[in-house]
Ligand binder design. Sequence first.
Ligand code: SF4
Ligand code: SF4
Length: 444
Amino acid sequence: MFGFKFLGRTHIPHHKNTAEMPPVKMTPPKEVLLPMSQHIGAPATPVVKAGDEVKVGQLIAEPTGYVSSPIYASVSGKVLKIEDYLRPDGKTVPAIRIASDGLMTLAEDIAPPTVSDFDSFIEAIRLSGLVGLGGAGFPTSVKLDAVKRGDIKTVIINGAECEPYLTSDTRTMLDDGESVFDGITLLEKYIPSVDKFIFGIEKNKPECIEEMARIFRDNPKVSILPLPSLYPQGAEKIIIYNTTGLVVPEGKLPADVGVLVINVTSLSVLAKYVKTGMPLVERCVTLDGSALANPMNVLAPIGTSVRELVEFSGGFKEEVGKVLFGGPMMGVPAANLDEPITKTTGGITAMNIKDSTEQEPTACIHCGRCVETCPMGLNPTVFAKAVNIEGLEDRMARLEEYSINLCMECGACSFVCPARRPLVQSIRLGKATLRNHKLTNKNK
Ligand code: SF4
Ligand code: SF4
């Protein structure tokens, strides 16, 4: 079909054990912890205090600036306190802890927003609290507002879901087709410059491809594109290239090449908000991994602890070695089971001791597999060396020169390395050091 080769070269064994399991709604948790930063951008600012009674869907933190997102109570009950929360990425942010009364009473002011033109559509999305649910966490209102930067001709609906284990997007396509349809209808109405909607779905989800093709059979603007099951098919720049052949240059956004990418679950949540006015307070989370007794998809209030989620699913069947927010390729380890799920948590992967035990790395054998595998055409070995350069300025200059920020931390290089080198860990360290260095220089 295209005159170019698909990007993404890594075959990863898939364990989509929950693909046929529609999400089960969780019983209300005892409490939730809602960090003020569950998105890219400025943390939200709390508008409640300890002792306040709250209801489901009530605003508890407002956005701080343009690139930010509001937070809503996901249970009804009482605010216990506002505390510091150490995120898995090492940043500390304020978080609101709410004790649930178990009633899940809805806020009285929930009503569909008035949407009549592009600006009111964007404002509605901003108020919904919606951020990229595929894991990126970029506020959806800001993403769609990029339409103002230029002519957006193509919207790519990301249904690739290339992480092993995760199936929440799969379930959206199978269970929530009506909302996906409504989402496309809204985009067609309020972003009329778009003449093409492309669903990118990996071929290992034939039932999703079939269902989307059925739903959109009468809409000539919508095409369903089955993509090879090659990791990392769902990464934004990869899916753009693999569906359109367009390359997003370094430092540019998809909008700069006339494209928007939206995760399929984000699209369905957007449509549900416009219809009902219920902001983002719950999400589907795939629970899976070798330590879990009953892998399943759960519809859980945002802020629920991993512990309560796992207990709801039936607990662990054996001693747990590692718990990840997300899947095994790009997931971030949870420090403990009391950590909460956030807007971007699509899955919890819990591994037993055997599967969590990392084998000792050995010396690089210069096989070149990591370079061959990298979908961005990078050389991961040079990053690993550069992070160990002694002088800070030299180290920073080298990381910049090698374009470390082009790395999307997909983990494919680490996955294929026969010497088990911790490549992606070195890259994360390098990127964080470079980021902090730039920030320090800016604030001088
Ligand atoms: S260098 Fe980055 S983008 Fe390339 S394979 Fe490794 S983690 Fe993925
Ligand atoms: S894949 Fe591993 S062993 Fe091979 S070149 Fe890369 S770092 Fe070295």
